[in-house]
Each structure stands twice: as C-alpha cells, then as structure tokens.
Design a protein around this ligand. Sequence first.
Ligand SMILES: [Fe+2]
Ligand SMILES: [Fe+2]
Ligand SMILES: [Fe+2]
Length: 407
Amino acid sequence: MNYHLSLREVSYALSEALDYVGIDDTMHGKRVAFMAAEIGKKLEWPQKRIDHILIAGMMHDCGVSSTDVHSHLVNELDWDNSQVHCVRGAELLEKVEIYRDYAPIVLYHHTHWDELPGSLDGETRENANLIYLVDRVDALRVQIGDHSTRDRGEIGNIIRKYSGTMFCPELVDAYLSCAAADSFWFYMESEALNGYLDEWLEAGVSENVTFDLLKSISMLFAEVVDAKSTFTTEHSYGVASLSRYIAKQLGLSREQEETIELAALLHDLGKLRIADTILNKQGPLNEEERHRMNRHGFDSHMILRKIKGMSEIAHIASLHHEYLNATGYPYQLTDTLIPLEARILAVSDIFQALIQDRPYRSGLPPETALSVLEEMAQEKKIDSEIVAFVSDHLEACYEHAKKVLEL
Ligand SMILES: [Fe+2]
Ligand SMILES: [Fe+2]
Ligand SMILES: [Fe+2]
C-alpha cells in the first residue's frame, strides 16, 4: 500500500526520538537545525539547501542512542571518542534511500575544518562543518549558559579562537553575526523553537510514499532504539517479523499486516528516553525506575504523533503494553478498546523479549516462553486465541522472533 506522508514530518519525528536520548537536555537536534538554518540564511543559501541543512541538523546524532555517550558529547568540546557516533550515524543513513545524501555530513560533523579530506566537495565540507560548529555552540550553552551578554560573548570567543582550525572562517563570521541578535537566543527556548519548526513543517508537502520506503525508514528508527542496549539488539526486528507472520496466518488483510509490521518496528521508540542505567539494570527495578520504564509506550506515541499519515500505526505501537483486563500501561485500556493488531503486537513483544537474553536472565527456550504466555492469557492479560496460535506454530514463531532483518 502507498502512504501519503510529509517527509519533513517523518524527519522531525526521528529528531524527536533522538532528542529523547538527552533526557534532561532535550531538543539538541532541533537547536542545531535552527542555528544551522539561520547561518545558512545569513550566507544567502537557497531554500533547498536550508531545508537540507535543517534535516541534517535534526538527524546528525542518529548514531547516538546511549545516554552516557550523549552526556560526553555535551560536556566536552572535543571528545576523543566522538568519531564512533559519526561513523555509526553515517552507516545508518547510507542504507536509507532518502537519507543517503546526509551520510557524509554526519560522518564529518566532528572533523576539524583543516582536517577534512580533500576529496570532499565544497558544499558538503561547509555543511558538515556548519553542523560541527553549531553542535559545539549547543554544547557550550549547556556548560556556560546563554542568558547574559557575557555568557554569549564567552561562547563567541571560544568559537572565534578556533576559526581556521576547527571551523571554517566564513561560517564563524556568519555565526557571530547571527549570535549578536537577542532573538537568536530566544528562539532556542522550547516554545519558540517548536514554533519555528512548526512553520517549516507546515510549509512541507505530502507525497506518496511506498511501503518499502516507509519500512526502511522505520527500520532506521528501530536500529537506533535497539542500539541503546546490547540486550535489546534486534528486538524490534524480531517483533516485526513475528507479528507480521501471526497477522498473515490469522488472515488479516495485507494492509493490516503492513500496519502491524511498521508499528512493531516503531513500538519501543519511547525507550530512547530511558536512562541506560535503568534499561541495563541487573535485578528488579525500584518504583521510580519502573515508573520511567512504563511510560515508553506513551512516549513512542509522542514521537510519532506529528506524522499525519501514520496515526493508526502510532496508535497500535503505543498500545503494546496494554492488557485486556485493563491492568496494562500506560493507558489502562479495557479489552474492547484494544484492537486485534495491538493484541498481536503485545504477544509478539512478550514472546521476543522472553527468548532474548536480558541483563537479569538468559533467553528462555520456546516451550518455557510459551508457558509464560499461557499463564498471562489465563490471567486475561493477553489474547488467548493468539497464544493458542503461537502454541500450534511454536517452532515457526520462535524462528521469526529470532529473525534479523537487513536494512
Ligand atoms: Fe550533536
Ligand atoms: Fe515496550
Ligand atoms: Fe518491545
């Protein structure tokens, strides 16, 4: 099936997801996008290039899923291990047709201006270096603050000091000129920043997007979330494969199958907001940690809500921890409000998690995982007919749950 979507909205949702990694310091990608666009305007770049740099800014940190890596990146001006997230981000973008052009910008967004390879074309050099410059400005904002002329001057002095070495002199000059206006800093407050980007989103157009393209974008999202913890690698892929298999075998329409597969790839996006220490904790979570963990279905919805053509997928994705007896989370819905697609997703999610190694236990054999599902069905938490299907096709379900898709 074809979807009618605005790719600006899709990229924006990806940036929302990435911003959650900041936890206490969110909206980094949006601020980087805003600053880069304003500097591009100052340099009289054409609108097409401004659009390009905005998207690059929003997605530049797609190689970062770990809250620990994020904290190094905002607290150190020139962090030794920064190249890892550049390479990882570029590799991911390279695999998705519509994002391929952004890969070199992301690859070089922590490379000094005087160290960029000579083979790189002029526009890409400037784009990559512009993201580097404003990314560092945002990190300095966190360290120094930006409320007084003195703070802003201090940030400007540091950037100026590296003109010609870390940063392109022309970009430094354009930055200093933009940063002289109070409004430049006011725009970085959340309400103004969201308004700025909303205007850009509204000016975007919807286009027909094939299932295959949407799937590759959703797989990119899934790779970002699954990379957060070594224990969740390929979880989303396994859930997607299993839930689509169940949907097909139960006779759902092709359209429903596709909806389920995409929802499965996206279901745990909200986990990007959970600190690594909670996700990787060995042993039971305390109440506060459990509270943080249990809101991720809601946060997955918050990330996807801006994409108008994907509201059904977002809805299904956000219901993957609801129980039929209304004891699930975060909406505590009753069974009549939980559609079949979400029930299939819930069973697939639990089954995949059970057979996978987790910090507190190793992966369970399929028969043991099935008995957990059967117990949950008896407690009226999950759909007993879907569990019966898993029981009848245990071998195939196990294979699907272990499947690794190829982005
Ligand atoms: Fe960054
Ligand atoms: Fe989940
Ligand atoms: Fe999950």
